[in-house]
Design a protein around this ligand. Structure first.
Ligand code: FEO
Ligand code: CA
Ligand code: CA
Ligand code: CA
Length: 571
């Protein structure tokens, strides 16, 4: 019962009710300030955001990008660097035309420059966090930034293009969703829906079966990048999409460094990359492929991590595996090698990781989003956000998606969080056991399995868990990217929100509710844990928000800093 749990609570706040207000709701004693918003200049040679024009390609390239998602703090000498992904852009908000398909050359280029990664020095001025304008560390990494290709696929024919006949250098990163951080102080930006940016001037062009499995087609989603850069014309450059869909390693402390695409970690629609140092020193990276009926992956390095030693090869050489869950609570990691997959080389396995996973019988999942490791024990959690196709139909080119195991509901609307324990607490072991930490639902509207698990109540219900991250205290923070209609199956869920869960008792308490039509995504802390940085993405995506400025202003994605009025630890 809840009352018994309260006695041993590790929550430093009282749960809050849901909300449909166009603002941020927090528990008593907490406050939120804006740190940076879409279009805020990082350099004084760029103008302030212009609500009338929403900026230009030139201003956007010198400003914080749009739709911030994963992020991390890097404390460095006496400085604090905040690194954040700018995942995508809502074209109808970005452009004054309000159209979803961009036509104007500068609007297309502005959209492109709103993507990528922003590196920013931040500091507290009179108690409020702000970007240090013109810091030498401030940097925009965009879809045009030079990047090195590393790992098994580097130099392979599948990733060679006319512009790069060696297959070792590429340009840019886009649709960076979740992230990761290495123990050697680099940032990992994870490329997710990279496919929606490719098109062909000839719409009758047929892409290969391999590209279809990744959702590439002759029609893009409205970004129109092929109109300003031939790289994105898949008829002219059929290998260009093979150069996206990776995890990108960035050194935020060296603004001249060349980001590295890590092909060893596989090519799929990456959510985040949770890095663990195993007991034996090997680096283990857990990753989800956020697509209905795709897989969960693990990378184990060949080499071991030693502080101060060269780390370059750790994420270039190793073994990529996919997860298979059994209905009886056990599971195993299936290695993807030429022997197990029948594929010609590890290069091909990395580029076509989804196809490799299908050959070994990996478990099709309900859209694996973020993965996070408990800092106190060998225990890992993954948010399976929802899957309307579960048991109903299969994605083009994908595997069957039967109901069962960690994906127990047909046409899953609400999502769940699965967790597992590696055999012998060894993250490199092939075996594990698993259970479901929570099955989201609506116990007010439903009394069957759509009500959710026992730790879901009328007071904490939510749908579509997405961003999850442990804090240093061992609380599991849960961010949602779900249905905010607040009616029918979702009555009482309100706007997207953030909650925290106790991994030991299962108790979940709501902490924050975001503004209208937003998603809450991206989470990190100052090293002293007195500030929590939270991402608010796409407020007003359908035109019904003016957060954060209010009135008739353009809604803008932003990072907020949550602190306690008494200066205490957050959470
Ligand atoms: Fe960009 Fe899977 O969320
Ligand atoms: Ca996400
Ligand atoms: Ca999502
Ligand atoms: Ca999103």
């Amino acid at each position: 019962p809840q009352s018994a749990r309260a006695a041993t609570s590790r929550f430093a706040y009282d749960a809050i009710p849901t909300s449909t207000a166009d603002g941020i709701s927090l528990p008593a004693g907490y406050k939120a300030d804006i740190v940076v918003r879409w279009g805020d200049p990082l350099f004084s040679d760029a103008p302030e955001f212009d609500h009338a024009t929403r900026g230009t390609a030139a201003s956007q390239e010198r400003a914080f990008g749009d739709n911030n998602d994963g992020m991390d703090i890097f404390a460095f000498e006496d400085k604090m660097l905040l690194v954040a992904n700018n995942e995508y852009t809502n074209r109808s908000i970005l452009s004054v035309t309000g159209e979803n398909r961009l036509e104007d050359q500068d609007e297309i280029a502005k959209g492109m420059m709103a993507h990528g990664v922003s590196v920013m020095e931040v500091a507290q001025v009179n108690g409020a966090w702000a970007v240090v304008k013109n810091s030498p560390y401030n940097r925009r990494i965009t879809p045009q930034t030079d990047m090195a290709l590393t790992g098994p696929a580097a130099g392979h024919d599948l990733i060679k293009t006319d512009a790069d006949p060696t297959g070792t250098m590429t340009k840019g990163t886009w649709n960076n969703c979740g992230n990761g951080q290495t123990p050697w102080g680099t940032y990992l930006a994870c490329e997710e829906n990279f496919n929606g940016y490719f098109s062909a001037a000839d719409e009758a062009h047929e892409v290969s079966a391999e590209l279809k499995r990744y959702g590439v087609s002759s029609k893009d989603w409205g970004y129109s990048w092929a109109k300003i850069d031939d790289r994105f014309d898949v008829a002219k450059n059929p290998n260009e999409p093979n150069r996206a869909g990776y995890v990108v390693e960035i050194d935020p402390t060296d603004p001249t460094s060349t980001p590295r695409k890590l092909t060893a970690l596989g090519r799929f629609k990456h959510e985040n990359a949770e890095v663990v140092v195993n007991n034996d020193g090997r680096i283990v990276v857990y990753m989800g492929d956020d697509e209905r009926g795709e897989f969960m992956y693990r990378f184990v390095s060949d080499g071991v991590y030693a502080p101060g030693a060269d780390t370059n090869e750790l994420l270039e050489k190793g073994t990529l595996s996919v997860a298979k869950f059994n209905d009886n609570g056990t599971g195993e990691w299936l290695d993807l090698t030429p022997e197990t997959t029948g594929m010609a080389s590890s290069a091909e396995i990395c580029v076509y990781a989804r196809l490799a996973g299908s050959t070994v019988g990996a478990t099709t999942m309900d859209r694996p989003e973020w993965i996070t490791a408990n800092p106190n024990k060998a225990e890992i959690y993954c948010a399976l956000t929802n899957n309307k196709n579960r048991g109903v139909k299969t994605n083009a080119g994908g595997d069957e998606t039967p109901v069962g195991g960690p994906n127990p509901r047909e046409a899953n609307k609400y999502g769940q969080i699965v967790r597992w324990w590696p055999e012998n607490a060894d993250h490199a072991a092939s075996g594990f056991t698993w259970d479901l930490y929570v099955l989201a639902g609506n116990p007010v509207v439903h009394s069957d399995d759509k009500a959710g698990s026992e730790n879901v109540t009328a007071n904490n219900m939510f749908n579509s868990p997405d961003g999850i991250k442990f804090d240093g205290n061992g609380l599991l923070w849960i961010q949602t990217d779900g249905n905010y209609g607040n009616e029918g199956d979702f009555e009482g869920h309100g706007n997207n929100q953030m909650l925290a869960g106790d991994p030991a008792t299962g108790e979940i308490r709501r902490f924050l509710v975001g503004p209208n039509e937003c998603e809450v995504t991206g989470l990190t802390w100052s090293p002293d844990r007195r500030t929590m940085f939270v991402g608010i993405q796409h407020p007003g995506e359908y035109g019904n928000s003016s957060w954060p400025e209010g009135g008739t202003s353009v809604p803008r994605s932003a990072i907020i800093a949550v602190t306690r009025e008494d200066g205490g630890l957050v959470g």
